[in-house]
Design a protein around this ligand. Structure first.
Ligand SMILES: Nc1ncnc2c1ncn2[C@@H]1O[C@H](COP(=O)(O)OP(=O)(O)OP(=O)(O)O)[C@@H](O)[C@H]1O
Length: 239
């Protein structure tokens, strides 16, 4: 089976017009692949290019050069660098989920509906979607009185749980997830890890940025290390 994701010689430069045209070489000739059902941990110091790589795969950032081949259910093999905006929108809706470190939500939508949003989009009826959402929020230890409240007022840790729940509940084919367990207590961390393990068992491929050794020891089949925008180390699959 071909890799689900094959990043080839990917380069991303930022040209900073406000800084007299200063160039930031965020990623240089990055190549790696992700197998179906595999979880690759993306590590590296702050500023090494981890988030830029994730945002490039999600096509928040346009490439300077290189290719990102993705095996899509809908389109077959597709280069995410050259896909049309229309294709990218469809892939984000049906196959690829990006979970950043920060929650961004529509104001005045209750937590239970924020988490269930992808289920509603998939055509699951309101009651069933909300039921599944409550189940996730319960397992993640979000106090019941917050389920119908608006996440914009939540604490950092509470927002993070909403963010992770809504990414995982969607059961995407490819999950790009940034620091899923940062600032969570040990019990909640273990719940999130168990949820990601279950997702993988269902066939989801995952690229996960994490500074948390415990999380990666439990989850990662392999690690890729970035330094100054270059891949400096890639571990073999854990057998
Ligand atoms: N939109 C942008 N415009 C200009 N420069 C950017 C942009 N996004 C990232 N950079 C720069 O690219 C480099 C890589 O940043 P990136 O956020 O990918 O690092 P990171 O490894 O994810 O760091 P952290 O662990 O702190 O989140 C940094 O020098 C950063 O300042």
């Amino acid at each position: 089976m071909p890799p689900i994701l094959d990043v080839r010689q990917y380069t991303k430069r930022f040209d900073m017009h406000v800084l007299n045209g200063k160039r930031i070489h965020a990623l240089s000739n990055v190549s790696f692949s992700l197998e179906p059902g595999e979880l690759v941990g993306l590590v590296g110091t702050s500023g090494s290019g981890k988030s830029t790589l994730m945002k490039s795969i999600y096509r928040t950032y346009l490439a300077t050069s290189g290719a990102i081949l993705y095996q899509s259910l809908r389109y077959g093999p597709i280069d995410l660098v050259r896909a049309t905006d229309h294709q990218i929108i469809a892939l984000r809706r049906d196959e690829i989920t990006y979970c950043s470190q920060f929650l961004s939500v529509i104001p005045r939508v209750p937590a239970v509906d924020v988490v269930a949003e992808s289920l509603f989009r998939q055509g699951i009826d309101r009651d069933r979607g909300q039921q599944q959402s409550r189940d996730y929020l319960d397992r993640l230890g979000l106090p019941q009185e917050l389920w119908d409240a608006y996440p914009s007022t939540f604490s950092g840790g509470e927002q993070q749980r909403i963010n992770v729940a809504r990414a995982i509940i969607a059961r995407p084919r490819l999950l790009l997830i940034d620091e899923p367990t940062a600032s969570l207590d040990q019990r909640t961390k273990d719940v999130v890890i168990d949820m990601i393990v279950a997702l993988k068992a269902g066939g989801t491929s995952v690229l996960c940025i994490s500074h948390d050794r415990y999380t990666l020891d439990r989850l990662a089949d392999r690690r890729i290390e970035l330094q100054d925008g270059h891949v400096v180390a890639a571990s073999e699959p854990v057998s």
